[in-house]
Design a protein around this ligand. Sequence first.
Ligand code: PLP
Length: 389
Amino acid sequence: MNTKVYLDNAATTPVEEEVINAMVEAMRLNYGNPSSTHSAGQEAKALIEGVRRNVARYLNVQPGEIIFTSCGTESNNLIIKSCVTHLGVERIISSPLEHKCVAEAVRDAKVRKGCEVVYLRPDHNGDISLQQLEEALQASDKKTLVSLMHANNEIGNILDIEKVGEICKKYGAYFHSDTVQTIGHLDLDFSKINIDFASCSAHKFHGPKGVGFAYIRKTSRIKPVILGGAQERELRAGTENVSGIVGLGKALDLCMTNLDRYANHMKEIKSYTAQKLRETIPGIKFNGHSEDLEKSLYTVLSALLPFKNPLIGLQLDMKGIAISQGSACSSGAAKPSMVMMMILQDDELENTTPLRISFSHHTTKADIDYFVEALQEIYQTSAIEKTNV
Ligand code: PLP
């Protein structure tokens, strides 16, 4: 790989050595099918159950409420589709800022199942109004699912899910939060939050790709979307990804054990990056609450560069820097992302370039210096081109 500096950790993170080692060991030694009744199968099953107990302990929930899946996308689909098909949900309240996997599942519920969908309109900071949520809940007696992400993957804004949970409880609505960007990075105690469903993806916190889980509150009576076996408490058929689950468990262990140290490091790196960018690129702005360490994820800094350059990702890549303009799913697209369209004015969309800089505990100040220098070169060229027009 020619990448010298990796600043796309919101898209995916490098897998930790300890995680790789644990996975290789599981592949080598625990190849039994967890559904087999012989010892080889039962050893593999025991590994999975051990990870389930650990995950449940970190979130302060019951092990039976953790359902391993193939990814965050599958977890969100399972939850939304089953709510509509099996729990009698006729109405979904969501927002236009959701990840595509939630947005598409909600749209599908509307188009194919006739579900009513209400989108809460974010303000120019990307904030969802809790008053608007309450009004939307008051407006109908239909069985409702509220689906609002915990932290936005493009701008990093964090939603107060405790408050959202309280409001949902008051109106008897189910509450689902896409927690893909927060599990592994924040200390979450679901026993203190009125949340029914959440999702997780291991590759967002230095685990492998292709494994995640859905948190499903025991009392919710969800049914499977993938049929064909009794695995995962009959909620997700298919032979389990044993080594992937082991990798997820190891990655979560490492993140939770080192949570404060990692968080402090990334907070410092994020502030350093914002300060360097301000010094180097006059007129730069930061989207949403991106610069506020309390209101936004410390892993994400969403910048708005004061010039138009749709090729910036490519130009930075040519200098050995891996970075996205928005979410991995929307970067490369000709149109601005839905998130940017929602929070930026027309003239900003016309004359600026969003850049999502996302960090891990491996990111160093030297990485940031290299990136800022490369960006400055691009900025100067853009400025010269602009004056020559
Ligand atoms: N939800 C959010 C907020 C994400 O950032 C992502 C990944 O980009 C997903 C869901 C999808 O997760 P996965 O890549 O595991 O399908």
